[in-house]
Design a protein around this ligand. Structure first.
Ligand SMILES: Cc1cc2nc3c(=O)[nH]c(=O)nc-3n(C[C@H](O)[C@H](O)[C@H](O)COP(=O)(O)OP(=O)(O)OC[C@H]3O[C@@H](n4cnc5c(N)ncnc54)[C@H](O)[C@@H]3O)c2cc1C
Ligand code: FES
Length: 282
């Protein structure tokens, strides 16, 4: 394995660019979506990429971009508050400034799904990194065959982007299947793990492409279920999260086997991961 740095000088890649917060929206009790002014007019990103977000004086964390890749006027990031840095980020107000580095990392490669059935499978806050895939596919809907979003959350109250899910459910060209682990009597949808939705959707396992993001145990069971149905590893995409510091393959914090997930990932196919594969470790 060789450490390959880009030709760019290191300082600009490592220096957070101050970006103004345009809006803060509460999604769930612990999860907020921030919209930021991009660092420059040439800002763009690919679905699945992340930025390193810096709460000045507190710390820097990797956060996936959750907005529409076609809208380069803002950076949209959805953050669950779990510790010092994410707590500080979600407490920000419009007009406050945070530091941004990136975008970094690999993408979900939606082109791989063109001409095929597409399955987008999300668990919990894993819908945030996958929302750009849904939006990208819908922006170019005629390029894809059947498109299905399968989403699992703990309870109906934990569904991320609830209004948008409702809107997507109203579309004739996107199948949206949602399940929850636990529900009150008012919930009329399926109850159970997200893998239980796979049998309800229609796709050709010989050619379909799946993009899967959520807790690792959820991704493992989902991948196993797709493989059982005839998917090959090269058509199964997952997003691997590890502690990240530099974001550019320098510090080694994100190492998983022979990969530095900050630049070789976070999105990888199961075929790429063969050998260091966690998928069969259930
Ligand atoms: C590529 C990538 C994309 C990410 N995208 C998002 C996103 O879109 N939205 C979001 O809310 N979070 C995302 N995360 C996770 C986020 O980076 C962590 O929650 C954050 O680093 C926690 O920092 P903290 O200082 O707030 O909490 P800490 O005090 O550092 O950690 C609090 C708790 O969170 C756990 N934790 C820390 N880092 C991670 C991690 N990477 N994955 C899972 N658990 C972790 C710790 O083990 C600890 O239990 C992403 C992580 C990666 C690597
Ligand atoms: S975060 Fe430093 S090598 Fe990946």
């Amino acid at each position: 394995m060789s450490i390959q740095l880009s030709d760019e000088p290191l300082a600009p890649v490592m220096a957070p660019v101050p970006c103004r917060i345009l809006s803060v929206e509460r999604e769930l009790s612990d999860t907020y979506t921030l919209e930021l002014e991009p660092p420059g007019s040439d800002w763009s990103f690919l679905p699945g990429q992340y930025t390193m977000l810096y709460a000045f004086g507190i710390g820097e964390v990797p956060i996936s971009i959750s907005g529409d890749p076609a809208d380069t006027t803002k950076i949209v990031q959805t953050i669950r508050a779990v510790g010092a840095v994410t707590d500080a980020l979600v407490a920000k107000q419009p007009g406050d400034v945070v530091g941004v580095r990136g975008p970094f990392g690999t993408s979900w490669e939606t082109k791989a799904g063109e001409g095929r059935d597409v399955l987008i499978v999300a668990g919990g806050v894993g819908l945030a990194p996958l929302r750009p895939v849904v939006l990208d596919v819908l922006n170019h809907r005629d390029r894809f065959e059947n498109v299905t979003l399968m989403y699992g959350a703990r309870s109906p109250g934990d569904l991320l982007f609830a209004d948008q899910l409702q809107e997507w459910r109203g579309r004739f060209d996107l199948e949206v299947l949602i399940t929850v682990d636990q529900a009150q009597q008012t919930w009329r949808g399926p109850v159970g793990v997200v893998t239980s939705l796979i049998g309800r959707s229609s796709f050709d396992p010989e050619s379909a492409v799946a993009y899967v993001c959520g807790p690792e145990v959820m991704m493992r069971f989902t991948i196993q279920e797709f493989e059982r149905r005839g998917f090959t590893d090269d058509r199964l995409y997952v997003s691997m999260e590890r502690n990240m510091k530099c974001g550019i393959g320098l510090c080694g914090h994100c190492q998983l086997g022979r990969f530095f997930l900050c630049k070789d990932g976070p999105v990888m196919t199961c075929a790429q991961m063969a050998g260091s594969c966690w998928i069969r470790e259930v």
